[in-house]
Design a protein around this ligand. Structure first.
Ligand SMILES: [Zn+2]
Length: 244
C-alpha cells in the first residue's frame, strides 16, 4: 500500500513543508492515509470529485497518520487501479482537459502516476512514458528510462500523477523530461491535496488540470482539534483493510 503523501515520521510540519522531503519518496510501501476537506469549484468538478473520492474509499474520521500527526480523512490509493475500467470516465475527463494544451505524450512517475499516464495516453492516442524512482539514502530522483528518452525529445509532454501532494515526484519527472529535450505541456492529477501543485505549476508556467482538490491540514496530536473534542481515533485498517 502507498501512503498518501503524509509526511514521513521525522517531519513535523506536514505537506506544507519542503516538497523535497515531504514527498511520495516516503510513501510507496506504507499505509494509505491522509486528510483534508472538500473544496469543489464547479458542479462538474464536484461530480468528478465525488466519484473519485468514492473510488478512493474516502472516509471521514479521526486518524493517526504515519507521521504521527492526526488527520480527518482516509484515502486508499492502490485500489484505485485494481479495476482500470472504473476509472474510464475520470481518465476521459482529465484527458480532455489535458488535450487542450497540445499534448503529444503523457508521462507519469511510478507507481500511480505511470498507471494514470498510460490510461490517459491510450485515451488520447499519444505516446506514454514513465519515470522510475531512484532512491539513495541521501535523495530520491525520478528518471525516464534510457530506452524512452529519445522518444520524448522535442515532444509536448504532460506530466501526470494520481494524487499530487508535495509535488516532488512531478517536479523531478518534469525536470528529467526537460533534460531529455521534451517540452512540458502541463501537469495533470486526479486529485490535488493542498497548494503545492498550484505553486509548482505557477513556478513552471504550466497549466494544472485536476478533477478534485482537497485543502489539507495535518495536526500534531497536542493541537489536534479532534482530540480536543475527545473524538476517539479510528482504525481503518481493521475495518476496511486499506493499509499494509
Ligand atoms: Zn487527534
Amino acid at each position: 500500500m502507498r501512503v498518501l503523501r503524509c509526511s514521513p515520521p521525522h517531519e513535523t510540519h506536514g505537506f506544507r513543508g519542503d516538497p523535497e522531503s515531504a514527498a511520495r519518496a516516503h510513501s510507496d510501501h506504507l499505509a494509505t492515509r491522509c486528510l483534508g476537506r472538500v473544496s469543489g469549484r464547479t458542479s462538474r468538478v464536484a461530480s468528478s470529485q465525488e466519484e473519485l473520492l468514492g473510488l478512493l474509499s474516502a472516509r471521514k474520521g479521526h486518524f493517526l497518520l504515519e507521521s504521527g500527526q492526526h488527520g480527518d480523512l482516509w484515502l486508499a490509493l492502490d485500489p484505485l487501479f485494481l479495476r482500470p475500467r472504473r476509472l474510464g470516465p475520470l481518465v476521459g475527463d482529465l484527458a480532455r482537459r489535458l488535450s487542450r494544451h497540445g499534448v503529444e505524450g503523457v508521462c507519469g512517475p511510478l507507481v500511480g502516476g505511470a498507471f494514470l499516464a498510460e490510461l490517459i495516453a491510450a485515451d488520447l492516442d499519444v505516446e506514454f512514458s514513465y519515470a522510475e524512482r531512484l532512491a539513495t539514502p541521501q535523495r530520491v530522483d525520478y528518471r525516464i528510462p534510457n530506452a524512452l528518452r529519445g522518444s520524448v525529445r522535442g515532444r509536448r509532454v504532460a506530466i501526470v500523477d494520481d494524487v499530487i501532494y508535495a509535488g516532488s515526484a512531478v517536479l523531478k519527472t518534469l525536470t528529467d523530461l526537460r533534460d531529455c529535450g521534451a517540452v512540458p505541456a502541463g501537469v495533470g492529477a486526479l486529485l490535488v491535496l493542498g497548494s503545492a501543485a498550484q505553486r509548482l505549476a505557477a513556478d513552471e508556467a504550466l497549466p494544472l488540470e485536476r478533477l478534485a482538490s482537497l485543502t489539507s491540514d495535518l495536526w500534531a496530536p497536542e493541537v489536534c482539534p479532534l482530540c480536543a473534542a475527545q473524538v476517539p481515533l479510528d482504525h481503518p485498517a481493521a475495518g476496511a483493510g486499506t493499509n499494509g
